[in-house]
Design a protein around this ligand. Structure first.
Ligand SMILES: Nc1ncnc2c1ncn2[C@@H]1O[C@H](COP(=O)(O)OP(=O)(O)O)[C@@H](O)[C@H]1O
Ligand SMILES: [Mg+2]
Length: 509
């Protein structure tokens, strides 16, 4: 085996149990939270340990095992004591004769441990085009050059949550994942971008991807070369799309339902114009609905004509937008909707419209046996509690909670980005099978994250609190343990991918 820092003994196991081993630090090594250690019987039989805590203590000399000091030794017995660091570490992986698994035995007491190195994880490498890059294995704050990639279909259809406080790198992580998805071209992604930060209108963004021309569709109200204009025809909007976004009273719901039944897809127009219907509906009810529609859609009536304050919703254009977006998604493209000029409700409504259409189409594809010919689709939502909180889901639920619960069967998933996990109902959280946890200084949020994770993360509270920008813990039914990862800055990914192209250009010149 090779030499180098990694092979140096940094500690020895002095006690503990199957969940938490106690390791005494040796050779002045300073070990960190989330650092990965290896206790090795032989190069083909070793256990990986992850540090979850540490404390000061006193140790007897290096040579004498601690158990040699029994409780009743006399004060004058010459025992050499020294200050030492003790670490709590969980056995997370065992590699034995080519097989990889959750450790069923713990390393022998007094075993020496060393730092984990790249070669310890080489068996995990998987570079199929169906995988999605999350980041590199992290050992404490040290990054090992091993990619963490997860099978895209599993990952996306079983939903992903990315919880973290602001500024910890959520958007960066999503950009990096989407870059990898654009490489693969096998997954449809719908991204509602309320900050217009993903495409890269100015600065770095997904538009720089070598396949952006074929695989990326950018919709905006403020067009740039190559973009599509974001206009949704009013006829695409169904009453259900408002669920979880706008709340209506029973009387209002009834009125909407009557208008929808009478005027079909022209119901909004009829409502805004206050057209008469056979059944009696109070004028006040109609006026309240009109006001709500104006606030959310910017739609109103003037001189018998439908007008729109923003250019997003329209009575006469945008008739193919929805169909086009759906077609892009089905064929494995990434669709970014720049909703930065819309209000919250308008953005969520567009999301509902597209998500609703995709979900019902995919459900039909499943029925007709065509589902396997369509790319799995995932919908990225920022500030997920806007539509997934207890309050927003209420009794009847909305399209997002439906997707969280049933989407897997139809290859439709969610990537829910959130600062708050505690407000999302447990039934939703338990359906989200991968959590990419970034830093979080709020204890209540950490608790909610830990309680909803797939693996037992009860000993990870300190780790999560101390994660730096880009550092994460991936807890997933598709990873064997809660893997510490580091997601590089997007810029670096762009630059490293561009190198071969620049080189070619250089040759031509
Ligand atoms: N892996 C990383 N390494 C270094 N800086 C990062 C990393 N991820 C994000 N940043 C920087 O941190 C800032 C916030 O990142 P961002 O992804 O916007 O966070 P969030 O979406 O969680 O608010 C940005 O300036 C970004 O460039
Ligand atoms: Mg962000």
């Amino acid at each position: 085996m090779g030499t180098g820092q990694g092979q140096k003994t940094v500690g020895r196991i002095v006690g503990g149990d199957s969940v938490s081993l106690e390791i005494e630090g040796l050779n002045e090594a300073t070990l960190e939270l989330d650092e990965l250690l290896v206790s090795e019987n032989s190069p083909s039989d070793y256990t990986v340990l992850k540090i979850n805590g540490m404390r000061y203590g006193t140790s007897v000399s290096n040579e004498i095992p601690v158990k040699a000091v029994d409780a009743d030794h006399k004060a004058d017995t010459p025992v050499r004591e020294r200050d030492a660091m003790f670490y709590m570490a969980r056995p997370v992986l065992r590699y034995n004769d080519g097989r990889l698994g959750i450790p069923k035995v713990i390393p022998a007491i007094w075993s020496q441990v060393r730092r984990a190195e790249k070669h310890d994880f080489e068996f995990l490498t998987n570079a199929s085009p169906d995988t999605i890059f999350i980041g590199k294995i992290r050992s404490g704050s040290r990054v090992l050059d091993i990619d963490i990639r997860l099978n895209g279909r599993d990952l996306l259809t079983h939903h992903v949550m990315i919880p973290a406080t602001t500024g910890r790198g959520k958007s960066n992580l999503v950009k990096v994942m989407l870059w990898s998805i654009l490489n693969s071209g096998r997954f449809g992604i719908l991204l509602l971008d309320s900050h217009d930060e993903y495409y890269g209108r100015t600065g770095h963004g997904l538009r720089e991807h070598p396949y952006a021309g074929e695989r990326l569709a950018y919709y905006s109200t403020d067009s740039v070369p190559g973009s599509y204009s974001l206009v949704i025809n009013l006829e695409s909007i169904e009453p259900d799309h408002f669920e979880g976004i706008l709340s209506f009273t029973e009387a209002q719901k009834q009125a909407i339902s009557l208008y929808h039944r009478t005027f079909r897809e022209k119901w909004i127009e009829a409502m805004v114009k206050g057209k008469e219907i056979r059944e009696s509906v109070s004028d006040i009810t109609i006026r309240v609905i009109q006001r709500k529609l104006r606030r959310v859609l910017g739609i109103y009536e003037e001189g018998g004509k439908i007008r729109c304050e923003n250019s997003v919703f329209s009575a006469d254009s945008g008739t193919t937008t929805l169909r086009d977006i759906v077609r892009f998604l089905e064929s494995g493209k990434t669709v970014i909707l720049d909703t930065s000029r819309l209000g919250d409700d308008g953005e969520l409504l567009i999301g509902s419209i597209v998500a609703g259409r995709i979900f019902s189409l995919y459900r039909n594809y499943k029925g007709s046996g065509e589902l396997d010919t369509k790319a799995p689709v995932s919908i990225v939502i920022e500030e997920a509690p806007r539509i997934l909180s207890e309050e927003k889901i209420a009794e009847e639920g909305n399209i997002y909670s439906t997707i969280a619960r049933e989407g897997r069967k139809f290859n439709v998933g969610l990537i829910a980005i959130t600062q708050l996990t505690s407000v999302i109902p447990r039934t939703i959280l338990s359906n989200i099978n991968t959590k990419i946890i970034l830093g979080n200084e709020m204890a209540i949020e950490r608790e909610a994250i830990i309680n909803s994770a797939v693996q037992d993360l009860s000993d990870q509270d300190r780790s999560i609190a101390s994660l730096d920008k880009g550092e994460a813990i991936v807890s997933s039914i598709f990873t064997r343990f809660a893997v510490p990862v580091y997601t590089p800055e997007f810029q670096q990914i762009v630059e490293s991918s561009e190198k071969p192209m620049k080189h070619q250009e250089g040759l031509i010149m």
